[in-house]
Write a protein that binds this ligand. Structure first.
Ligand SMILES: [Zn+2]
Length: 403
């Protein structure tokens, strides 16, 4: 009996000891979770995560240098030379990790959008990623900057600022030496009127593509005029701009609040209204063209009609071109606007923009310029296009430059 009681007591003690140990284990595990969580929290935003600390500094430095090499390569391909670059070491969770500040000038004729696309792809393919992209407002000359930040996970490694320039410092290199550089001119916003200026574009000898707005007083008639004059007709699809409703894209516009079904039927309505339509581009749209689902609905509708799309690139963050390619329809991008910005003396320098367009075409093999029915634009094209042809540039419909 006595032995059994003793045994019972011992069992009791062991049980108690085990439960205390179990309790401590739980407490320790909870403490570890809290410590790791707090460390992750502190590291987010400015520094590397705990995971990355475990990988170690050397690994992160090597990965950052790989991204740096890819970004430099991309800048060279964009002909952004004379880049001002500074490498520093940032104190990141007790480690000194490399960080680059770079500023460069974008040659005339290369769009902010293209810079964003090429650099982001370079970062992605080398293991980095785009963290933030911002486009500054235009200065008085209509020039903007692109502000990009790249990183590894949560660690920022690169801050790149690219400024637009009026003149190119880049050497002129023709990519396709066997063929003539090709230029396409698109004139937007047809349909409001049949003024002398508007009809003047239809009398140009060169192949010009006109983009016609829906639900305007002269939509059908001007599209028929253009076709009869041997010009190419595309639909100028009105889309929601960033500043909507202050800026109004007009009747029948595609808005962010529309469902995919609504976007498809609005797109069909635009296409049905415009005779001889061969493709489309966007009117405004600095908001809508940044939305993947919306662009997917539009491109799907163009595809079912067998039409191509030209991204007017009214914002550097447009995904319209990417979604057109994804839908498998022929797609192109605006290289530059011919008449959207005033020069230093407050005039439209359309001849200057035509020179920039020609330069871009010599560099890349082709370029697309978008203008509007303005007297300055008509005047510049009347003189500029024959001169461009004489210098060996081939003027083509925009449908020749979509792929
Ligand atoms: Zn427009």
């Amino acid at each position: 009996m006595a032995r059994t009681r003793k045994q019972k007591k011992r069992d009791e003690r062991i049980r108690r000891a085990l439960s205390i140990i179990r309790l401590w284990l739980i407490v320790i595990a909870l403490a570890l979770i809290v410590i790791v969580g707090v460390a992750e929290l502190f590291s987010s935003g400015r520094a590397g995560s705990v995971r990355e600390r475990i990988f170690g500094k050397r690994d992160i430095t090597e990965r950052a240098e790989r991204v740096d090499a890819a970004l430099d390569d991309a800048l060279a391909r964009l002909h952004i030379t004379n880049v001002d670059a500074e490498r520093t070491e940032l104190d990141t969770l007790g480690y000194l990790l490399p960080h680059w500040e770079k500023t460069g000038r974008i040659p005339a004729g290369t769009s902010l959008y293209e810079c964003n696309l090429v650099l982001t792809e370079a970062a992605r393919s080398s293991g980095g990623k785009l963290v933030v992209v911002r486009e500054t407002d235009a200065d008085w000359r209509g020039l903007k900057s692109l502000d990009l930040r790249f990183g590894l996970g949560k660690i920022e490694t690169h801050h790149i600022v690219l400024k637009q320039t009026e003149r190119s410092d880049a050497p002129i290199v023709t990519r396709r030496e066997d063929a003539a550089p090709r230029v396409a001119i698109v004139i937007d916003d047809f349909g409001y009127n049949r003024s002398k200026t508007t009809l003047g574009f239809l009398e140009l000898d060169d192949p010009i593509t006109v983009a016609v707005l829906p639900q305007c007083p002269h939509t059908r008639r001007i599209a028929n005029d253009a076709h009869a004059a041997g010009k190419q007709v595309i639909a100028h699809i009105p889309m929601q701009p960033e500043s909507y409703p202050d800026a109004n894209p007009g009747d029948g516009a595609l808005l962010e609040r529309h469902t995919a079904d609504e976007l498809r039927s609005l797109t069909r309505a635009v296409l049905d209204e415009i005779p001889h339509v061969e493709g489309a581009n966007n009117h405004m749209g600095s908001r809508l063209t940044t939305r993947h689902p919306h662009m997917r609905a539009v491109m799907g509708t163009l595809k079912e009609r067998g039409l191509f799309f030209v991204d007017s690139v009214t914002t550097a963050s447009s995904v319209a071109y990417a979604e057109a390619q994804r839908a498998g329809i022929p797609a192109g991008r605006n290289t530059l606007f011919l008449d959207s910005y005033l020069d230093e003396s407050g005039r439209l320098d359309v001849p200057g923009r035509l020179r920039a367009l020609e330069e871009a075409a010599r560099r890349k093999g082709f370029a697309i310029g978008i203008g509007h029915p303005k007297p300055e634009t008509l005047d510049a094209l009347e003189r500029g296009l024959p001169a461009m042809r004489a210098r060996g540039i081939e003027i083509v419909f925009v449908s020749e430059l979509v792929e």
